[in-house]
Design a protein around this ligand. Structure first.
Ligand SMILES: Nc1ncnc2c1ncn2[C@@H]1O[C@H](COP(=O)(O)OP(=O)(O)O)[C@@H](O)[C@H]1O
Ligand SMILES: [Mg+2]
Length: 383
């Protein structure tokens, strides 16, 4: 993995994100629509995988942000060369959902463990009521007992729901029709390839099914991490764009990975338009505590709040800075290296295209551009 990942420029100086110094290397990208979040994220993902085989990206294409033709033109060719697309409706996402893996304590996963975790992952995004959950669990038990996942894929659960001959079960089938109809998971073990940007294409699914797909894939990743298989991938970065549109549960995988993923080498890169600082959304609070935050221009109504998040002691300066950000420019907060000097931000960076040949992290401090001003990092936590 590259120690320093190029972000952009501050005046004439190159700004890198210092992956070595990041104790919690989740990355959060905030800003209003059109500010440049997706382009910055795509550049970051590409920088990361181009750094070596030991970085693997798992990216969810939920809202057409990562369609081949929507990748930012300036990097499209390189990005696509480093990417693998998996289309869920084509049986291209192979997950060993019923495999008995070893758990961290050395115990083999039991049938009950498998049924419970799958029931959880499938029912949470649909907010199933208890009777509905029971029916889903029964259907999953049947699939396990009859060993039919490897033949029928996830559609097997739908078929077993219908076979229960119960109104509630039929109602659950109906809710999850997108999942069963598209048969989004089939048996196998091919959903992530080391050293690549692995794009799971969810763009044609309804939002509930998208949430299920994300939940199930992330819990598979998490299971792999717990059973140590993930170590062969070392650094996994999970990217989700437009997180504000994803239905995630506060006890779901996103929240678990934000809290604990880092320990197992799973980091999140989340881009979102909306943030609120209320306690009702602990997942968002955790996002704001990411090791690296890129603040693109927010909407007018969020300007003051974001400025306070950047620097609670001097928000006035940052309101001005935010107001005058152009597309592709952002304020970065976190461990960075600016022309060889370690810093913590916040500092304003332009990610607008530069000639890569110019980029060097080894310039001495004497060369620091005077337009770059360092400001003490915020002392308070955002909770
Ligand atoms: N770093 C950049 N360099 C050049 N153009 C950019 C850059 N970032 C964004 N743009 C332009 O702005 C448009 C919107 O950017 P995008 O990343 O899609 O915004 P967001 O994801 O915040 O809605 C892009 O299609 C591109 O034309
Ligand atoms: Mg975008």
């Amino acid at each position: 993995m590259k120690d320093k990942i190029f972000l952009g420029r501050c005046g004439k100086n190159c700004v890198f994100f210092d992956a070595q110094r990041l104790y919690n290397s989740h990355v959060t990208i905030l800003g209003k629509s059109g500010a440049g979040k997706s382009v910055a994220a795509q550049k970051l993902l590409l920088e990361m995988v181009e750094g070596g085989q030991d970085v693997t990206v798992l990216a969810f294409n939920a809202h057409d942000c990562l369609n081949r033709e929507t990748i930012y033109e300036g990097i499209r060719k390189d990005f696509l060369q480093n990417s693998i697309y998996r289309d869920l409706s084509n049986g291209e996402l192979k997950l060993p959902l019923f495999e008995k893996t070893v758990m961290p304590n050395g115990r083999m996963k039991s049938d009950v463990d498998i049924v419970m975790s799958l029931t959880d992952a499938l029912s949470k995004p649909f907010a199933l009521k208890s009777r509905q959950r029971i029916m889903l669990r029964k259907a999953i038990e049947q699939v396990m007992h009859k060993e039919i996942y490897h033949k029928e894929g996830i559609a097997a659960i739908g078929n077993q729901l219908l076979a229960l001959g119960d109104d509630v079960a039929e109602n659950v089938y109906d809710k999850m029709y997108g999942i069963f109809g598209h048969n989004i998971f089939v048996d196998g073990n091919d959903f992530i390839t080391q050293g690549k940007i692995n794009i799971v294409d969810l763009s044609y699914l309804d939002s509930d099914s998208q949430a299920v797909a994300i939940e199930v894939v992330l819990s598979q990743l998490w299971n792999m991490a717990l059973s140590c298989q993930i170590h062969k991938y070392k650094n996994v970065y999970v990217f989700i764009d437009e997180v504000q549109n994803i239905k995630y549960s506060t006890s779901g995988m996103l929240s678990i990975l934000l809290s604990e993923g880092r320990k197992f080498g799973i980091n999140l890169i989340l881009a979102t338009q909306v943030v609120t600082l209320n306690n009702a959304n602990p997942t968002q609070r955790k996002m704001l505590q990411s090791g690296l935050v890129l603040y693109f221009q927010p909407s007018d109504c969020d300007m003051n709040m974001i400025a306070k998040m950047i620097d609670p002691k001097n928000p006035g300066q940052w309101v001005m800075e935010l107001r005058f950000l152009n597309v592709g420019e952002y304020i970065v907060s976190g461990p960075i290296i600016i022309d060889g000097v370690e810093a913590m931000g916040p500092i304003t960076v332009s990610g607008v295209d530069v000639d890569k040949a110019d980029i060097s992290a080894e310039v001495t401090p004497d060369h620091l551009d005077t337009r770059c001003h360092f400001v003490e990092p915020p002392q308070e936590n955002m909770n």
